[in-house]
Design a protein around this ligand. Sequence first.
Ligand code: ATP
Ligand code: MG
Length: 139
Amino acid sequence: TERTLAVIKPDTSEELREEILGEIRAAGFTISWQKEMVLSREMAEEFYKQHRDKPFFSQLVDYMCRGPCTMLILSKENAVEDWRKMMGPADPSKAKETAPGSLRARFAKDILENTVHGSSSSQHTQEKIQLVFGEISSE
Ligand code: ATP
Ligand code: MG
């Protein structure tokens, strides 16, 4: 099995979070670890550091710190790719065209407030799990 780090971002209602968690389980993922946390600016900047030079970086950090995130370690065969597929593309208008059943097609507000995050490689998974879950990252 493979692991990925998933985040339900702060724009989601309690009800939508439960819906997404249900869909994650129904898709065959095991939720190995789950916690709610409000990211500090420093953590959000570190989390998305590869986008530091993008014009939307400060908006992205503001958004990620606005309220509690649900942090998840998901386990399953092919978890990284399968969770990215389940999310769909970052831009919901593109998601509606190319992946209409995806979470972002159905639930994202716009390209910034797009509901969910997923690691894009196993190296990213390791880094983000270390950042978010620290002490349990080698389990
Ligand atoms: P994520 O990393 O959150 O899983 P992604 O890998 O699909 O999303 P990235 O290109 O890594 O997309 O962008 C990271 C996040 O930055 C997006 O999820 C979105 O919240 C925000 N973002 C991306 N592009 C833009 C943009 N053009 N304008 C505003 N925000 C953006
Ligand atoms: Mg990304």
